[in-house]
Design a protein around this ligand. Structure first.
Ligand SMILES: *Cc1c(COP(=O)(O)O)cnc(C)c1O
Length: 370
């Protein structure tokens, strides 16, 4: 089937994953693929190598593990495998994904301390320092990079510096930023970074991945609190059996992801993609501000990934009506997810370009029914 014969999507997903993907990524799923033969396993190995290469310049110390499930499953595999029974985890949170990580730790009965920064302030490294000064039992520190709840970009370099000054293992949920925000995992001193197929790499949902410092990953042996989500075991099987997954892998999704990685290379890599996302974000915010909308976050805290806007100040406005109208126009936006203010969100990532943002703003202008 030719790509031009594939039907166009009825709308653009302006959501932070699943997001709009290219036709060629979708086309990679239009046949059935083996899950166990050499060709497939070689492809998995190639994906793992490409992911490690995306992690920065100095990647000899790192390895990649792919894990079935949505992104949360990969986060849970790290939390449940990396922190030993007598370990203690600190979670810095300022939104739903930081809270979810803390909740996972609590469900897994990991000794956990939460430092909560509310919903609109960034994670502050000095609070972590104060805690680490007092509590010497802490072994691991976790933080979300782009808190997708609001679009906030947390200062992971500074947080990592403090964590390492005190000799702690550093875990970063970079789910919605990896591949769209340039970062060097080694420079940032990250031991476990988690992301997934359906965010900035622009694949479809079905698995997540972990970039781990090999030395730290090896310490996870026999530590996991779950069989299916045993990070060490999954890695060991992939290493020893040339890319084999332990249980059924999402073959179609993996093929689509491989295609998405090729397209990231074609675009010019993460730096180029970041420029496009930033341009999307800037075009969106300038257009929205011209229509009278205000962003939730100050510009310095804003990621190029997703933007939160306050509801317009009018009793006639309802998100449900706004959402439906924009969907009719060909754009799917995202509800807000915080308690301190009424907001909605618009994603800037995926197969989406500045001209799409311009047309979106025009569609919003046509639909200001309040
Ligand atoms: C998307 C996302 C996750 C994972 O969510 P799933 O629904 O499990 O894929 C975790 N953390 C962040 C910051 C995210 O944006």
């Amino acid at each position: 089937m030719k790509l031009t014969q594939l039907p166009d999507n009825p709308y653009l997903l302006l959501t932070p994953g699943p997001l709009s993907t290219s036709k060629s990524v979708k086309a990679a799923m239009l046949r059935d693929w083996c899950t166990w033969d050499n060709e497939y396993n070689d492809l998995v190995q190639d994906i793992r190598k490409k992911l490690v290469r995306l992690s920065g310049n100095n990647h000899d110390d790192y390895t990649a593990v792919l894990m079935q499930g949505s992104g949360s499953f990969s986060v849970e595999s790290v939390v449940g495998s990396a922190v030993p029974a007598d370990g203690k985890l600190v979670v810095l949170t300022n939104g739903a994904y930081g809270n979810r990580l803390a909740q996972m730790a609590q469900v897994l009965k990991v000794n956990t301390i939460v430092i909560d920064f509310g919903e609109v302030d960034e994670a502050q490294p000095h609070k972590l320092r104060e805690l680490l000064e007092q509590d010497t039992d802490v072994t691991h520190v976790a933080v979300v990079h782009c808190e997708t709840t609001t679009g906030m970009l947390n200062p992971i370099a500074e947080v990592g510096k403090v964590a390492k000054e005190y000799g702690k293992v550093f875990i970063v949920d970079a789910m919605s930023s990896f591949g769209g925000v340039a970062m060097d995992v080694a420079d940032l001193q990250i031991d476990f970074l988690i992301s997934s197929a359906n965010k900035c790499i622009q694949g479809v949902p079905g698995f997540g991945f972990i970039l781990a410092k090999t030395e730290e990953l090896k310490k996870c042996k026999g530590q996991a609190r779950s069989l299916s989500l045993d990070l060490y075991d999954q890695w060991e099987t992939m290493e020893k059996h040339n890319g084999k997954w332990r249980y059924t892998s999402p073959t179609h999704v993996v093929r689509a992801f491989y295609q998405a990685l090729l397209e990231l290379e074609e675009e010019g890599g993460v730096e180029k993609r970041q420029v496009r996302y930033r341009e999307n974000q800037r075009t969106l915010v300038e257009g929205m501000e011209a229509l009278g909308f205000r962003t939730l976050l100050r510009r310095e805290l804003q990621s190029p990934i997703i933007t939160s806007f306050y509801f317009p100040d009018s009793p006639q406005f309802t998100f449900a009506a706004f959402y439906e109208r924009l969907k009719q126009e060909g754009y799917v936006i995202y509800p807000g997810k915080i308690s301190v203010a009424d907001t909605f969100r618009i994603g800037n990532i995926g197969e989406v370009y500045p001209h799409d943002m311009k047309h979106l703003v025009q569609a919003i202008e046509r639909n200001m029914f309040w």
